[in-house]
Design a protein around this ligand. Sequence first.
Ligand SMILES: Nc1ncnc2c1ncn2[C@@H]1O[C@H](COP(=O)(O)OP(=O)(O)OP(=O)(O)O)[C@@H](O)[C@H]1O
Ligand SMILES: [Mg+2]
Length: 498
Amino acid sequence: MPDEKYAVEMNQITKTFPGVKALDQVDFKVKKGEIHGLVGENGAGKSTLLKILMGVHQKDSESGDILLNGEKANINNPIMAEKYGLAAVYQHMMLAPKLSVAENIFLGEQPTKNGIVNWDYMYKETRKHLDSLNLTEINPKSRLDSLTNVQQEMVAIAKAVSHDANILIFDEPTALLAEKETEELHKTMLELKEKGVSIIYVNHRLDEVFEVCDRVTVLRDGEYVGTREISEVREDDLITMMVGREIGDLYYKEEIDKGEKILEVNNLNSGKKVIDASFELHKGEVLGFFGLIGAGRTELLRTIFGADKIDSGEIKINQKDVKINKPVDSINAGIGLIPEDRQKQGLALPLSVQDNCSLVSSMYSSNLGVLDKKSEEKETRRNVEDLNIKTPSIKQKVQFLSGGNQQKVVIAKWLNVDASILFFDESTVGIDVGAKKEIYKLMAELLKEDKAIIFISSYLPELLGVCDRIAVISEGKITGILDREEATEEKLLQLATV
Ligand SMILES: Nc1ncnc2c1ncn2[C@@H]1O[C@H](COP(=O)(O)OP(=O)(O)OP(=O)(O)O)[C@@H](O)[C@H]1O
Ligand SMILES: [Mg+2]
């Protein structure tokens, strides 16, 4: 029976891709004026369900139906979805990089006056939308690609909000965001909810789900597991619903003895973002890098990795001076960098899981470029099992994997290179809790083999959970290095803003 209290009713939705049943008779109901969390492991079907709602994908024709505000809806494409009052921010949504912020927000619907584009109005309205998200530092006239990743994500959010939609979809919008931006987003979500807007929120950070959602629905392996009131469910129970078993403490950490010094950085300078950086890293150790977005954490890693130019300073590996001018130099010296932007730097989307997993290792392997497909296959199968990569086969093109599973391939690719120092740069973004724990366990294995890890994350609970020491970076400078025992969220935030 259609029910007036629901903004969205998806009943018995099934979706089959070649070789994959992404959704199997899934029910999903969102009340008017509620924030509804949608959670589940990587590949559970969350994005697929929402893309069906947005008309990007079509459900299998014989399956189920969709009702909006109690009435049957035929959402054949995204333009129709918009007419029905739906708007979405997708997982790694692509806006137009060469257009201005204002043009992006008004893309395809530029306001005109007497037949010509009304730029004044466009800029004024854009300013209003940006201000409502407290994005006062973004200029509506700036080209999108002149903004940071985070600012671009915030523009995508402003664009969705600008549509006056009555049903808003956020598919992992906070993946790249830090505390401050996430807070702004949550505030905006709560304000929209007050106005009666219904919001669907996909997020692997469950504490954020608990913070703003009214109810939550869990999917597992393309099936509906259940819907709960947030006030009546505990995080552990939710995880058990997602994973199908208890996982215990998420932040897995073993006591591993600290070995010799493996990396030493002295007075390193690069451009304006790396200023006089000095620190050391020991075998068996995880050193965290914390800082606000734009503080220079990534730049410091890129400089050590040889991706950015070193202006001055020295780098020692195993107590020996090394000259690093380009990434090949640091890879040869035993460094591996798992980057933060899987789509731009991490993956060859049209290639298979196997080809991606062996991309770097085959380039640097000692067998003189003779590819041993058999051992490559074996290695990839182990990666798929270790990291629980959800794919119908190792020959599947990476572009058809879910967001989190793509990120697991990026990690696998670098684990296959026999690096002794690994840089994790926001590498667990978008990865579900169960798989995160597997990654922390793999990290412990690496540490036991006398390797060392530098771990960048914007997510404090994770940093505090997995690091032995945490270096805080503010405006290009290291402002403090705290031991695990003395580090707290307050102290880290304080050092991040000096
Ligand atoms: N275009 C496609 N072609 C083939 N398979 C696909 C396609 N899109 C998604 N899939 C498969 O459908 C399943 C569900 O994917 P979906 O992207 O919905 O997962 P998700 O819950 O959003 O995961 P994540 O948390 O990693 O984003 C996955 O097994 C994925 O590989
Ligand atoms: Mg997804």
